[in-house]
Write a protein that binds this ligand. Structure first.
Ligand code: HEC
Length: 142
């Protein structure tokens, strides 16, 4: 009797796991064209922003294989769609935003988000790199 219940629970989990794969994520895996980027003050600034911010704040997102597997895909999808919506370095035209908010987000350790870092160690900045990024953003943006 107990064995039967366990088997049914396992079947239910597997079926549910397959069904959630069918939830459509229309923009997943899609990188729209890059329209305009800020004029970075140096290649170093450009490299640091790309490492730490571009996956969610640009149209040059790297979509890893697990971004195709629900439910993890839902979290990534949400980050990219929301991140691009708030701040998109690839659609900079007419958006001329100051560095203030970005600097604050970096200083407070809010950006890049902590849950992103374990699978993206290259986005982890040393305190020297953080300072270089902050200076670079401040010099590049109005
Ligand atoms: C893993 C995805 C991800 C990465 C990487 C990331 N962000 Fe974000 N960012 C978001 C999301 C999602 C939001 C919107 C929700 C929120 O505010 O938490 C956001 C919001 C912001 C905002 C607030 C914008 C507004 O209008 O409210 C700023 C500023 C920002 N990010 C700067 C950065 C900077 C600078 C970096 C790189 C050092 C960075 N982010 C890296 C996902 C990301």
């Amino acid at each position: 009797m107990k064995k039967k219940i366990i088997i049914w629970v396992v079947i239910a989990i597997v079926v549910l796991g397959l069904l959630i794969q069918l939830v459509p994520l229309p923009e997943r895996g899609h990188n729209p064209a890059v329209i305009a980027e800020p004029k970075w003050d140096s290649p170093q600034t450009a490299a640091l922003v790309k490492r730490a911010c571009y996956d969610c704040h640009s149209n040059q997102t790297v979509w890893p294989w697990y971004s195709y597997v629900a439910p993890v895909s839902w979290l990534i999808y949400n980050d990219v769609i929301q991140g691009r919506h708030r701040l998109n370095f690839s659609e900079w035209n007419g958006q001329s935003r100051g560095a203030g908010e970005m600097v604050q987000a970096i200083q407070e350790g809010e950006m890049p988000p902590f849950q992103y870092l374990p699978l993206h160690p290259s986005a982890r900045l040393t305190s020297v790199e953080k300072q270089q990024l902050i200076t670079g953003l401040t010099n590049s943006l109005p």
